[in-house]
Structure formats: structure tokens, C-alpha cells
Design a binder for this molecule. Structure first.
Ligand code: GDP
Ligand code: GDP
Length: 434
């Protein structure tokens, strides 16, 4: 399980800036996607090689709103979801009564909180943090979120409050780890039941805290899989028809733990913004994805057509992933869905020799040359594979950093076709020798 870190504090102290700093540009989509929660953003950050989930309460309402309501509605909810919090304060403005009030509320929760004194650039560190000792929440840390200063030691301290569970990831089961994600009620449990059979679900139903991960191995058509999910999967066995709230943290945990993500959509309701956001999270994490539109049974031709159109309109960034129309309830299409899991996992791990990649690059360029930038033509000379899962393709040449977006997309599609990179995100990196 990844540690969950909440960013708390008054508006304008720099929480969003810190969020972006921690998650990096690669998670920009997380912050930008509509429809998840209005008042919280979620992303994945890394400290050294230790990943963690960040929750930002950035959209924490208007500065004029009463502090109590800010605290109760946003901070405390985020704190509840978190293992540890960073309480961001403004070093330029100094300690305010609102900070003190927040500190009182946070102290009542039994969660570790680290105070980060932001905007501390250009100030002596001791002077910047001095007055914040009054918050009585340990040694405050001076940082500059916008310049990225002080972040590394801050995160080391923050994560030191969460025991790193060594050995936890010594997972020896073979098989592709599959996470089924989707909004509440789309049919995740029903699909998992289909794959596992009822008995396995009962077997997985062991007592534990809600944050426990469940990994359930199963075998299908001679191939091994491990279902990765959180306690949510077990719920249906106990409480019939109880509709769970969407938990972004649980979804992120499952995504992070998985090899392949199966994204379920409720075909009877069509595609929602939340569906799009959840898939965005999987892509940002670099996971291979298979999309399944569930409850296809009994849909009118009209509804089917509308759902198809919505897929194109709302999920244009998912066209590279295989789509399946299934009925988890009747079992229609669930075997083919699993076969696609294999396909995309193979694609995510494809070996692409330098010679073949370079040939593909040459072909792409000769069909459609890159544009001229600042009077010089961009030259793309050769390519090599920089990584797998997701595939990273490193393109070398001159002025490559000027390659426009449209051309990058063209190259991505070209590589995708040439190497059958179905269902996996691709990262293309450009290196220049001038
Ligand atoms: P939030 O409301 O707490 O999420 O605050 P934002 O991240 O939106 O930042 C509020 C303002 O403070 C913005 O204008 C930021 O550019 C600025 N800011 C954030 N971090 C720093 C910093 O480290 N130094 C300075 N000088 N300004 C900062
Ligand atoms: P979860 O919250 O995503 O785990 O959703 P569930 O698996 O609990 O399913 C929610 C509801 O949708 C239940 O009443 C299921 O019986 C129903 N359901 C699930 N899959 C299908 C399907 O393929 N077709 C139809 N018609 N109903 C389904």
C-alpha cells in the first residue's frame, strides 16, 4: 500500500504549487481532470524510489469562507484519508490566527503532521521558521514550493512517519496482476466474481482493515492472473446493494499495484466524466489498459449507439486501448476481455531493437518530414528503447525538443502501429545532440 500524504493549509499558501512539484508534470492530468472531486486533487509522487499518493486540498474554497467550514469540509476529510499530512503555511505572511485554528483541529486527529513553511526563499532558514514553532507541531521545515527547494528533506521526514513495510512487496505468485477499476455500481464485483467463481470470493473474505490490499490468484485457460484490489471487492459478499462511494485513493492504490488495468464503464448509463478521470489516472501511472463497457445485455440499439458515440467523444485519449462490450452478469465477453489483458501486457513489455526502431523512424520521417523550426529542419536520426512497461522510445537528432505536438503524436501512432503497441501508453523522449 502506498503511503497517503495530504496537503493542508489555508488558501494561497502554495499547496497546489507543492502538489505539482511533488507529482511532476506527468501527473498534470490528474490535477486537470474534471469530475472526480471538486475540492481534492490526487496524484502520485516519488521520494527517492518510494512512491506515495498526494492529496491536495487546493480548491479549498474562497479565502472569505469561515475557517471552520474550510477545516471541516476539506482538510479533515483529506486528513482522514491520509497517513500523514503536510501543513503548509506562508512564511512571508507569517503566522496567522487561521493557521493556529487549523493546527488545533489537526492536533485533535491522531495523525502525524509536518509543518512546511513555504515561500521561504531569500530568508534565513531559522528566521523563516521561528514563529511557527508556536504551532507546537514539531520542527517546522522551510521550503520554496515554486523553486523546488527543501522538498527532498521535507518528504524524507514526512515519509519517516509511515512505516515502510519492507518485504511487503515480496510477491511470489506468478501471473499478470489485474486491477478492475470503475465507478461504484458499474459491475466490478460481478466481473470479478465471474472470473473467480463465488468460492474464491468467500475465500478472499478475510477480516482486515479497509485499507488492506487483496491479491487473489486465479487461473483461466491455462494462464495465471492475480486480481489486485482493495477490500472493496469483498464488500458485496456481505452487504447486498450497498453503493460504495468512489474512492480515488483505493483506485490509485490498485492502479499502482497492477500490471494491467481493466477500466469498466456502465453501458446502461453511458460514459461519465468520472470514467474519463479514472482512466486518466491509469494512463498517467503508465499502465496498460483494457476498456470494458459492461451491462451490454438488454440495452436498446439506441442506447448502444449513444454509448458508442460517447466513447469517442469523452474518451478520445483511449482509442489505443482495446474496447469490449460485455455482460459481467451473464458472462458474455468476459473471456475475451481477459485475453486482451494478455495482449496489452505483452505490448507493454515489447522488445524493440534499435535497428527496427530506427528503421521505423526513418520510414515515418520519409513519409512525412518533421517541420522547419527557426529556419532549420528538425532532424530525427535514430531511436532506441529506453524502457518497458510502459514502452519508452528515445529519439535522437537535432533540435528534437522543437518537435511540435502534432508531429509527436504522429510518431507515437507510427510506432504504435509498427510494433503493435496496443493498449499501452507510450512515452517518447527526444534527445538533441546540438
Ligand atoms: P494554494 O491555494 O495553497 O493551492 O496556493 P497556490 O499553490 O495556488 O499558490 C498561491 C500563490 O503563491 C501563487 O501565486 C504561487 O505562485 C505562490 N507561491 C507558491 N509557492 C511559492 C513559493 O515557494 N514562493 C513564492 N514566492 N511564491 C509561491
Ligand atoms: P461494483 O460496485 O462496481 O462492484 O458493481 P456490482 O458488481 O456490485 O454491480 C452493481 C449492480 O449492477 C448489481 O446490481 C449487478 O447485478 C448489476 N450488474 C453488474 N453487471 C451487470 C451486467 O452485465 N448486466 C446487468 N444488467 N447488470 C449488471
Amino acid at each position: 500500500m502506498l503511503p497517503v500524504v495530504a496537503l493542508l493549509g489555508r488558501p494561497n499558501v502554495g499547496k497546489s504549487t507543492l502538489f505539482n512539484q511533488l507529482t511532476g508534470t506527468r501527473d498534470a492530468l490528474v490535477a486537470d481532470t474534471p469530475g472526480l472531486t471538486r475540492d481534492r486533487h490526487y496524484g502520485i509522487g516519488r521520494s527517492g524510489d518510494r512512491p506515495f499518493i498526494v492529496i491536495d486540498t487546493g480548491g479549498m474554497g474562497e479565502a472569505e469562507a469561515p475557517v471552520e467550514s474550510l477545516m471541516e469540509q476539506q482538510s479533515l476529510r483529506a486528513l482522514e484519508e491520509a497517513d500523514v499530512a503536510i501543513f503548509v503555511v506562508d512564511g512571508r505572511q507569517g503566522l496567522t490566527p487561521a493557521d493556529e485554528e487549523l493546527a488545533r483541529a489537526f492536533r485533535r486527529q491522531n495523525k502525524p503532521v509536518v509543518v512546511a513553511v513555504n515561500k521561504a526563499e531569500g530568508q534565513a532558514r531559522d528566521a523563516a521558521v521561528a514563529e511557527f514553532h508556536a504551532l507546537a507541531m514539531g520542527q517546522p521545515r522551510a521550503i520554496s514550493a515554486s523553486l523546488g527547494r527543501g522538498i527532498v528533506p521535507l518528504m524524507e521526514e514526512v515519509l519517516s512517519h509511515v512505516p515502510s513495510r519492507e518485504g511487503e512487496d515480496d510477491w511470489h505468485e506468478d501471473g499478470i496482476r489485474v486491477a478492475v477499476i470503475g465507478r461504484p455500481n458499474v459491475g466490478k464485483s460481478t466481473l470479478i466474481n465471474r472470473w473467480l467463481g463465488e468460492e474464491r470470493m468467500v475465500a478472499a473474505d478475510e477480516p482486515g482493515t479497509t485499507r488492506d490490499a487483496v491479491r487473489v490468484p486465479f487461473r483461466r485457460d491455462g494462464r495465471d492472473y492475480v486480481l489486485v484490489d482493495t477490500a472493496g471487492v469483498r464488500r458485496r459478499a456481505r452487504v447486498e446493494e450497498y453503493i460504495e462511494k468512489l474512492s480515488v485513493v483505493k483506485t490509485l492504490q490498485a492502479i499502482e499495484d497492477a500490471h494491467v488495468v481493466v477500466a469498466l464503464v456502465d453501458g446502461s448509463e453511458g460514459v461519465t466524466d468520472q470514467d474519463a478521470s479514472l482512466m486518466g489516472l491509469a494512463l498517467e501511472a503508465g499502465r496498460a489498459v483494457v476498456v470494458a463497457i459492461n451491462k451490454w445485455d438488454g440495452l436498446s440499439p439506441d442506447r448502444r449507439e449513444r454509448t458508442r458515440t460517447e466513447m469517442d467523444l469523452k474518451l478520445p485519449f483511449m482509442t489505443f486501448a482495446p474496447h469490449h462490450h460485455i455482460s459481467a452478469k451473464h458472462g458474455t465477453g468476459v473471456g475475451e476481455l481477459l485475453a486482451s489483458v494478455d495482449t496489452v501486457w505483452e505490448a507493454a513489455n515489447r522488445d524493440m531493437p534499435t535497428s527496427e526502431l530506427t528503421r521505423a523512424l526513418e520510414d515515418a520521417v520519409s513519409r512525412h518530414a518533421p517541420p522547419v523550426a527557426r529556419g532549420h529542419r528538425i532532424k530525427l536520426r535514430y531511436a532506441h528503447q529506453g524502457g518497458k512497461n510502459p514502452p519508452v522510445i528515445v529519439v535522437h537528432g537535432n533540435q528534437t525538443e522543437r518537435t511540435p505536438k502534432a508531429y509527436r503524436r504522429y510518431l507515437e501512432n507510427y510506432f504504435r502501429q509498427t510494433f503493435s503497441l496496443q493498449g499501452t501508453p507510450i512515452r517518447i523522449e527526444f534527445k538533441s545532440s546540438d
